[in-house]
Design a protein around this ligand. Sequence first.
Ligand code: PEP
Length: 249
Amino acid sequence: MRKPIIAGNWKMNKTAEETKALIKDLIPLVSDTDNVDVIVCPPFVNLATAAEALAGSNIKLGAQNMHFEKSGAFTGEVSADMLLAFGVKYVILGHSERRQYFGETDEGVNKKVKVALQAGLVPIVCVGETLEEREAGITSEIVCKQTKLAMLGISAEEAKGVVLAYEPIWAIGTGKTATADDANDTIGAIRNAVKEVFGEDTAQSVRIQYGGSMKPGNASELMAKSEIDGGLIGGAALKAEDFSQIVKF
Ligand code: PEP
C-alpha cells in the first residue's frame, strides 16, 4: 500500500506573519491524519518561520526548488544543504512554472533529483503536458519522457523514494481539472514508464500525485482512483480549511 501524500505549494505567497498564522490554523485541523503525509512548501524566506511553527506537529516542511550545486556563484539560488539546515524534508523540482518562466530543462531537473536524493531530501518531481500537447494526443508521450529524463541514472531503490506529480499545465491555477479518469489513466502511463526503467517493484512503490486545481470539491473523487496517491495543491493550500479538507479527502 502506498501512503497518500498531500503537499501544499504556496508559490510566491504569504509573508512571515501570514505563514505563522496559516500554519497555526492548519495544525489542529490535520493533527489526526497520520495515515497521510502532509507537507507545506512555503517560499524560501519563510522556511525558518515555518519550521518553528510546525515543530511538534505531523506536518512536514518542503521547499519549492533548489540548485544542484553545493555552493558558489549562483546568485539568488539555494542548495540542498541550506534546505536541510532548516529541517526541510521535501523539495518540489521541475514545477511547470519553473520550466516555463525560469528556463528549467529536463536535464537540469535530473541533476537536481540526483543531488536531492544524495542529500536525503525527497524530490517531488512535476511532469505535465500543455494544452497544445494534450490536443495533439501526445500527453502520455510527453509525461513519460519527462519522467524518464528526470529519473535518468538513479537506481531502482532511489527511484522508490521519488514522489512524482502529474500536473497538466492547462489545469494549474485555472479552475480546470483533468477528469478523475483522465488523471488516473495518465498517472497509470507514468507508472508504466517507471516500470519500463526500474521494474514492477519500484513502479508499485513510487507515489504519484495529481495536481491542477485540486480542491475540497474534487479531492475525494481523484483520490479514490487506483493510480492517484496524493495531491500537489496550489491555490487551495493557501486556506487552512480547504487544505485540511483535501488532506481528509
Ligand atoms: C500547482 O501549481 O502545483 C498547482 C497544482 O496549482 P493549483 O492547485 O492552484 O492549480
